[in-house]
Design a protein around this ligand. Sequence first.
Ligand code: SF4
Ligand code: SF4
Length: 150
Amino acid sequence: MTDEKIKKSIAPCGLCCETCFAHVNGDIRKYSMKLKEKLGNFHINAKRFETMLNDPIFKKYIDFKEMLDYFASENCKGCRNEQCKLFKDCGVRSCHQEKQIDFCYQCDEFPCDKTNFDTGLYKGWIMINEKIKKFGLEPFYEKTRTRPRY
Ligand code: SF4
Ligand code: SF4
């Protein structure tokens, strides 16, 4: 796979947009839509099952459905196409454009203090970029796209 294609999935910070719950073509959205389709009008029957099976778990279906609807409706086209919907004050996106580099690991300032990431994300950002540098972009992408992001 070419670097240009991989760049559609991997953000400049190194995070994988393809495995993000918010991505329009991500598996989380895709499978949520599929599950919604398969469940059909289950919400109408949830109350019935609660009584019939005497199982209070079905009370929680409404909350589950709300979450599923949310995942199924996500529509982010990825960091290089629009502003990240999760990390609104991300400093990497505009910075990498100004510096005209594809990924932070290529930058002579890496690791810098311009990301605005919290401590956990900052550590992850360093680790990810060190991995891309060490193993190469394509091997990193092939591994990361099959792993859960969360
Ligand atoms: S840009 Fe942000 S919200 Fe959109 S898919 Fe990538 S990580 Fe998720
Ligand atoms: S200065 Fe920091 S945020 Fe900007 S491209 Fe370099 S490493 Fe990334």
